[in-house]
Design a protein around this ligand. Structure first.
Ligand SMILES: [Zn+2]
Length: 269
């Protein structure tokens, strides 16, 4: 679930509050399938290490530890992080818990166990499947309109699918793709090849504007409640059936592949 604005706020919280804190115990309750290393090795390697840094790349949160290990977690559609006192009640489907020396837990829960987690040596993130295929960061200062247009040319499909495709740009998911398309006034199922240069420019401006604004809003509200899904301020995503904030018409909702798409038929042509 977390996208660029959410992950940046989580990153800021962990950096400010947990840098230098040691992991005293690791519990693996629901191993998220597939990933490296085995649950036993995962715990053995992390126990006793101190958290030294946090990074974000695309939809991965990367925790760097003192012995040179990096824990990379991509929560996909259904995963979330949680921080709280060790005795605090666990969320359903808590997958793993890093018990910390400050009496708190850093936890990860995932209702459909869709997320991915890897423990790799710092600097060896390329071992993570598809890592190198990830496109540049959506808010990278070097992501100019010219580069945006150049990257867009490789993707002939529908606009929403392109925005959530992390080989195009990294960090945008389902919710913010809807918001960006609404801000740009573009129908989510429009094909990229049909865009005029003005529409392409509007899409770029909408992407930068929506993500920048959302980062500030989420950062101001999240704090240690890193499990929160702060989405009530969004204009269109999650608002199916409600009035469009621009024209008052009813917001449409289409569900496909477990993804909800919301848009306004009048405002988004
Ligand atoms: Zn509208």
């Amino acid at each position: 679930m977390p996208e660029l604005p959410d992950l940046e706020a989580i990153q800021d919280f962990i950096l400010a509050e947990l840098t230098g804190v040691a992991v005293t115990e690791v519990l693996v309750l629901h191993p998220i399938p597939i990933r490296l290393p085995t649950p036993g090795e995962f715990g053995d390697r992390l126990r006793g290490q101190t958290l030294q840094g946090v990074r974000r790349r695309g939809k991965f949160l990367l925790l760097d530890f003192s012995a040179g290990d990096t824990l990379a977690v991509n929560p996909m559609l259904t995963g979330r992080f949680q921080y709280g006192a060790t005795g605090e009640r666990r969320k359903p489907r808590t997958c793993f818990i890093l018990r910390l020396a400050n009496g708190h837990d850093l936890r990860y829960f995932d209702s459909k166990l869709m997320g991915k987690r890897y423990l790799v040596e710092q600097g060896s993130e390329v071992q993570i499947p598809r890592w190198e295929e990830m496109g540049p960061e959506a808010l990278d200062p070097e992501m100019t309109l010219e580069i945006f247009i150049r990257r867009l040319r490789r993707h002939p499909g529908q606009l929403k699918n392109i925005l959530i495709n992390d080989t195009f740009l990294a960090g945008i998911g389902n919710a913010y793709a809807d918001e960006i398309l609404f801000a740009a006034g573009l129908y989510p199922y429009r094909r990229r090849v049909s865009l005029t240069p003005q529409e392409t420019g509007a899409l770029y401006q909408a992407m930068v504007g929506v993500l920048t604004d959302a980062k500030a809003i989420v950062a101001a509200r999240m704090g240690e409640q890193i499990h929160l899904k702060i989405r009530d301020f969004l204009k269109i995503h999650g608002k199916g059936g409600k009035p469009c904030p621009a024209c008052g018409g009813t917001i449409s909702q289409i569900t496909a592949n477990q993804r909800i798409t919301n848009y306004c038929r009048r405002c988004q042509q």
